[in-house]
Design a binder for this molecule. Structure first.
Ligand SMILES: [Zn+2]
Length: 341
């Protein structure tokens, strides 16, 4: 897909022409909250196909699947020393699994952990399980609701198709612990981007593997109807509430996030600013999604407007769930006119 290397939602101007966007959000302590755009790190040059030791217990191997939606590619994390867990083994493309197996030579894979079932994360899990005998662990199969992505806007940003064949050997939920040889992975249930998303905390290193829930190079797409903004915001608050238990986030795509709590707070503030912008638009009268996108995303390339529309839809669904916004129930949500309740 010929779009710039952006993950769509809203690398888009939180700072556009709307007055509410210039008001800095505050943290609970009252200090100014940095704008998300100031914290994003889009410089990342992985050594493709090689295992890079990034922390005493963590190696990363990046797959050669860079794209506007996977950024530099899928970063598979290998946790442990001689007996390891593999997190997000990558897409099942020619050569990917073989490259991963080469980097694992001489070691034993005891667990294969999946953050979620998008096609750039989980598909190689079955081949890796067959080659190593390790069980595949995840929240569950790909969610049925994802088949109903909303309308033309969703079609325009079909970034990560679902891994409909995914079946875990063991199911993980919030609070479950995967104990290995010198390492522990604690599961956090973090729906939002997709309803089966897990993050994995590695307390031995104060590290959190955040999958696509929090990424350092871009905000995350929350594609309705399975993607849910209310869930996403709660999942961000879950991470924020962990305070300094996490010293670093390792997203599946892109560089680590080394001031993670600050970053998560900036992401949350960014979403709240967008909500404020939408409410301000509707305060001037009922509006359609294209009209709101044209007004709010003034400095965003037009090619990203379908992705912006999907993001605005996610916000409107959330606002309608809260009872703040209504829409004409005779119309499809993407085509509807929205108004303040
Ligand atoms: Zn994903």
């Amino acid at each position: 897909m010929a779009v710039p290397n952006q993950k769509a939602d809203d690398r888009m101007p939180a700072r556009d022409d709307h007055p509410s966007s210039s008001t800095p959000a505050s943290t609970q302590q009252g200090e100014p909250q940095p704008q998300l755009e100031e914290l994003l790190d889009t410089h990342h040059d992985p050594a493709y196909g090689e295992a890079v030791q990034v922390a005493p217990l963590v190696q990363r191997v990046t797959a050669t699947n860079p794209s506007p939606f996977t950024f530099a590619g899928t970063g598979t994390n290998i946790v442990g020393g001689r007996r390891v867990a593999v997190i997000d083994p990558r897409p099942d493309a020619a050569g990917h699994t073989e490259a991963l197996l080469r980097t694992l030579e001489g070691r034993t894979v005891t667990h294969i952990c999946i953050t979620h079932t998008h096609s750039d994360h989980s598909p190689a899990s079955r081949a890796l399980a067959e080659a190593t005998g390790a069980p595949v662990l995840g929240f569950g199969p790909h969610p049925a609701a994802d088949a109903g992505r909303h309308g033309a806007a969703a079609k325009a940003v079909q970034e990560e198709p679902g891994d409909w064949d995914f079946v875990p050997d063991g199911v993980l939920g919030h609070g479950d612990v995967v104990a290995g040889d010198g390492w522990t992975l604690e599961c956090l249930y973090t729906p939002g981007h997709i309803s089966n998303h897990l993050c994995f905390a590695l307390p031995e290193e104060q590290a959190l593997f955040t999958g696509d829930h929090v990424m350092g190079w871009s905000s995350t797409i929350v594609p309705p109807p399975d993607g849910n903004l209310g869930d996403y915001l709660r999942s961000l608050e879950l991470l924020i509430a962990r305070g300094d238990r996490d010293g670093v986030y390792w997203p599946t795509h892109g560089p680590p996030i080394t001031a993670p709590n600050r970053f998560a707070r900036a992401l949350l503030a960014h979403r709240h600013r967008r909500t404020d912008q939408i409410l301000a638009c509707l305060g001037d009268g009922p509006a359609t999604i294209p009209a709101m996108v044209a007004r709010m995303y003034t400095t965003t390339p037009k090619v990203l407007h379908p992705a912006a529309a999907l993001s605005v839809l996610a916000h409107l669904i959330h606002l309608s769930e809260e009872g703040t916004v209504t829409w004409d129930p005779a119309a499809d949500m993407p085509a509807a006119t929205y108004a303040l309740a």
